[in-house]
Design a protein around this ligand. Structure first.
Ligand code: 5GP
Length: 205
């Protein structure tokens, strides 16, 4: 579905354990015209992660070269690894009228916000911190130290919530997916994003 407008950039953030990945997967299956940006990372793939699908897995040297070449819309260092959003791909999709969603952490989102005030910022979180703690300790893919670190970082990420347009509560997957889908539909139907149609209608004699 290619529209006669530029695509909308959606930015999805939230602490580790908020369920961003699962929500995003469901959302992508249920809406047309929305592409996800695959980030570049220097961290190792987790079991089941595929290069080019979940991330573009690169070495630190390769990543640094991409930074030098100005290939990122934003990039950050986190958990002793680098993460970045490839710029050219996202811009091409947006120019083709495709909506794009980035699943990135809050510092990267802040960088995107400075350059893209028209983007839509959505923060995903369980409704309380206890639930987040429970989910993180259940995850089992990381050491207790990494879990502790993620909880500490979660608290810092919550400080950025004030910069987001929407909060999508994820206590129940289905409800959260519906919240995000509603946001996408509402944003697509904003009058200011459908200016050509509005002007044509205004000019009717
Ligand atoms: P994970 O290693 O668990 O896949 O991701 C760790 C964190 O990095 C998550 O909060 C995720 O949203 C964030 N992240 C993934 N890709 C990017 C990216 O390209 N840029 C930024 N700023 N954060 C990212």
């Amino acid at each position: 579905m290619v529209m006669d407008r530029k695509g909308i950039l959606f930015v999805l953030s939230g602490p580790s354990g908020a369920g961003k990945g699962t929500v995003l997967k469901e959302v992508l299956q249920r809406v047309n015209g929305l592409a996800v940006s695959v980030s570049v990372t220097t961290r190792s793939p987790r079991p089941g992660e595929i290069d080019g699908v979940h991330y573009h897995f690169r070495t630190k040297d390769e990543f640094k070269q991409m930074v030098k070449n100005n290939e990122f819309l934003e990039h950050v260092s986190k958990f002793q690894n680098y993460y970045g959003t490839p710029k050219a791909h996202v811009e091409k999709l947006l120019n083709d009228g495709m909506d794009v969603i980035l699943e990135i952490e809050t510092k990267g989102a802040a960088k995107v916000r400075r350059a893209n005030p028209d983007a839509v910022y959505i923060f995903i979180t369980p409704s309380n911190y206890e639930e987040l703690t429970r989910r993180l300790s259940c995850r089992g893919t990381e050491s207790p130290e990494v879990c502790e670190l993620r909880l500490k970082i979660a608290k810092t990420e919550y400080k950025s919530i004030k910069y987001y347009d929407y909060i999508a509560i994820n206590d129940n997957l289905e409800e959260c997916v519906n919240t995000v889908l509603s946001i996408i539909h509402a944003e697509r139907n904003k009058r200011m994003r459908n200016q050509k149609l509005a002007e044509n209608l205004i000019q009717l004699k």
